[in-house]
Design a protein around this ligand. Structure first.
Ligand code: ZN
Length: 671
């Protein structure tokens, strides 16, 4: 029990971390970068795959060789290739010359001669040192320094003789990559952050930005690579378009601004929140009138991206034909709220505000990039998002309370949400992706949750006075509890993840009590009962159970599981297969519950046909509901009767391995 309390404290600590997003201030962004003739760019239908010019800052070159290789040979090439293959932009017709920052951010727009109005930026009085986030831009990337006096007269151009001779017409976006231990890096669990710093004059597309990879957070082990790469891609998405600072610059398919522009060509700047104010054609507040909470229904306001492509893709994904668009995050404060997808309904979509598990960049994110008006997306690059898929309007328009109540009423699984208290022994499940072992992340907070997130009326043995202190460990998911992968710390200090496809996560042979295999061919399968082992006169029973990682293959006859070199045919969903095997001198016995064949073999056309059960959506619920799910019953605990009644006197041991170890859920904030 001590370990469980520690776990709760640890989770609370994680959820208290709020990070400030790097949304650039007005003076941090330079506009009017020329990439060709205005009319030509705006109307040009020709597009090409986006080309990055990656420029490494000196801070990268002083890192250890291992970290340099990680950034220069692995992370950045993979990320750049991903964006090149996923997005196209309108052809640039002139090389990108980055604009200079001006003293006091004051400038005039004039033509080449400096005598008439035009599109060229002339600094008032003096040009300043030009930066992009924490990086000083080298002279070789900068345009000439053009200056007028304070009245806009006597304009002069000081030629930049240091500009690189290489033709930057081959570049659509200049990305400065640094690895500086900034205050931002010190603040919290921030691994990397990025933003745009210059926008072009014709359509306001960002053409330069930076990514700072926090040097102390860079780990080059294979377990970290997936999350690191996904974080870098996440940050580049912010720099290219998915940012609350850029909403007001979005354009329709014809290049027409969606937000009204002022005489300087820019949208109105809102000095209250330090953002350019966007139109309701882009992000719109919508009030959910039947937000289900303990004690009744309340109004809950959400902010939604309502642009056409996003709306279409969100409706299709959730199978909710009257969905208004895609919901944005409402929590986390400045830098998290409004600039990510809502965690409750997009869980492992990589553009949500925290990293929890198996990040994917889905069609909805690609659609948002198209709706900026700057990019064309290649949807074959979209990754499949299983969370929320086809779960209907009750899932996407309400919260986990409404969802769980409805599913219980219709005798259906409450997944992906859950309401099981963590208790010893642990009862593990699988994540909705079937890629990892998972636990329900329902935890106790130190004080009552805000009214709009109080989902429970009763929870097992929890005293009524404490009931509102319970919620999901991931705050950004509106405190909705869901099955989440976790990390174990073994007695020897070794950290072990629960993702089946990473072979380093495998338990050692003498602790492989449930005959698991971790490999790229493995997925999470639920157990039918406790696993037991026999060796000489000893029997042992695993008290922590529920799911494990096993190899599988898809054949014309359907799904097969391979355990301990034996193959088992999974003929029907939910049928149990008996497993007998040997490990480290023990005779091991247990059972697996066959998963739905399509979950493992989708798209391979090798599954027998099932009838799809439709359930009735019921938005209103009775006022008092017990949302706790039934975990395994007491009859399944302990030693099986056949051992006790055997004529041989066995010495029995109960192994309660996992509860003795420290467990934590990953909830690193993306920024
Ligand atoms: Zn972010």
């Amino acid at each position: 029990m001590i370990q469980l309390s520690l776990l709760v404290l640890f989770l609370l600590r994680i959820n208290d971390i709020h990070s400030k997003h790097w949304i650039p201030l007005k003076q941090d962004v330079v506009h009017n970068v020329h990439i060709g003739h205005h009319q030509e760019i705006a109307s040009k239908p020709k597009v090409q795959q986006i080309r990055f010019k990656v420029v490494y800052h000196s801070s990268v070159n002083v890192l250890s060789l291992e970290k340099q290789v990680l950034i220069k040979k692995k992370l950045m090439p993979s990320a750049v290739k991903y964006f090149h293959n996923t997005f196209s932009v309108r052809n640039v017709t002139a090389p990108i010359k980055l604009q200079r920052m001006c003293e006091s951010n004051s400038f005039f727009l004039k033509d080449k001669t400096g005598d008439n109005p035009g599109h060229l930026q002339y600094c008032k009085v003096a040009c300043e040192e030009t930066t992009c986030g924490p990086i000083k831009i080298a002279e070789s990337f900068l345009d000439d320094c053009r200056v007028c006096d304070e009245h806009g007269n006597h304009c002069k151009t000081k030629k930049n003789v240091n500009i690189a001779s290489e033709d930057k017409r081959n570049t659509d976006f200049v990305l400065f990559v640094s690895s500086i231990q900034t205050d931002h890096c010190k603040e919290s669990s921030i691994v990397a952050y990025a933003s745009y710093c210059q926008q072009e004059h014709a359509l306001n597309r960002p053409v330069a930005g930076f990514a700072n990879l926090c040097p102390e957070k860079l780990e080059s082990n294979p377990q970290s690579f997936e999350s690191l790469l996904s974080t870098v891609k996440h940050e580049i998405y912010h720099a290219l378009g998915f940012s609350v600072g850029l909403f007001a610059f979005y354009r329709d398919l014809n290049g027409k601004p969606l937000t009204e522009r002022q005489s300087n060509g820019l949208p109105e700047y809102n000095n209250m929140n330090n953002l350019y104010q966007w139109s309701k054609k882009i992000v719109k507040p919508i009030v959910r009138k039947d937000w289900s909470v303990s004690g009744g229904y309340i109004d809950h306001e959400v902010q939604m991206v309502v642009t056409p492509t996003v709306k279409k893709e969100a409706q299709k994904h959730f199978n909710c034909p009257d969905l208004e668009g895609a919901e944005l995050e409402n929590q986390g404060g400045e830098g998290t709220a409004l600039t990510h997808w809502e965690k409750r309904i997009f869980e492992n979509e990589a553009m949500t505000g925290t990293y929890t598990q198996h990040p994917v960049f889905s069609r909805v994110t690609l659609a948002l990039m198209e709706d900026t008006g700057w990019y064309k997306a290649n949807y074959s690059m979209a990754e499949s998002l299983d969370w929320g898929k086809n779960l209907g309007c009750n899932f996407v328009k309400n919260n986990c309370r409404a969802w769980i109540a409805d599913r219980i009423e219709n005798k259906l699984s409450t997944a992906p949400f859950c309401a099981t208290l963590k208790q010893s022994p642990l009862h593990m499940r699988c994540t909705h992706t079937k890629l990892s072992l998972a636990l329900c992340n329902l935890v106790k907070y130190t004080s009552n949750l805000p009214k709009e997130f109080r989902y429970f009326d009763r929870l097992g043995q929890v005293p009524v006075k404490d009931i509102y202190t319970y919620g999901g460990a991931v705050e950004l998911a509106d405190f909705c509890p869901f099955y989440q992968k976790f990390t174990l710390t073994e007695e020897d200090g070794r950290k072990r993840g629960t993702t089946c496809t990473i072979k380093e996560n495998a338990p050692t042979k003498n602790k492989n009590y449930a005959l698991e295999t971790y490999s790229k061919y493995a997925k999470c399968v639920e157990h039918g009962r406790h696993w037991t082992g026999k060796k000489d006169l000893l029997t042992r029973t695993m008290l922590d159970w529920g799911s494990g990682c096993y190899e599988y293959d898809c054949t014309p006859h359907g799904l097969f599981m391979t355990i301990n070199q034996k193959r088992y045919h999974c003929k029907n969903q939910d049928s149990k297969i008996e497993i007998l095997g040997k490990m480290d001198g023990w005779n091991i016995n247990g059972s697996l519950v066959c998963p739905k064949c399509e979950e493992f073999c989708a798209g391979k056309g090798q599954c027998p046909k099932y009838n799809i059960t439709n359930f009735i959506v019921n938005a209103k619920h009775s006022a008092i509901i017990n949302l706790e799910e039934k975990a395994h019953g007491p009859e399944e605990h302990g030693i099986e009767p056949k051992h006790a009644s055997s004529t041989l006197v066995y010495q029995s041991i109960l192994v309660n391995l996992l509860t003795l170890l420290t467990i934590f859920f990953n909830a690193n904030l993306y920024i």
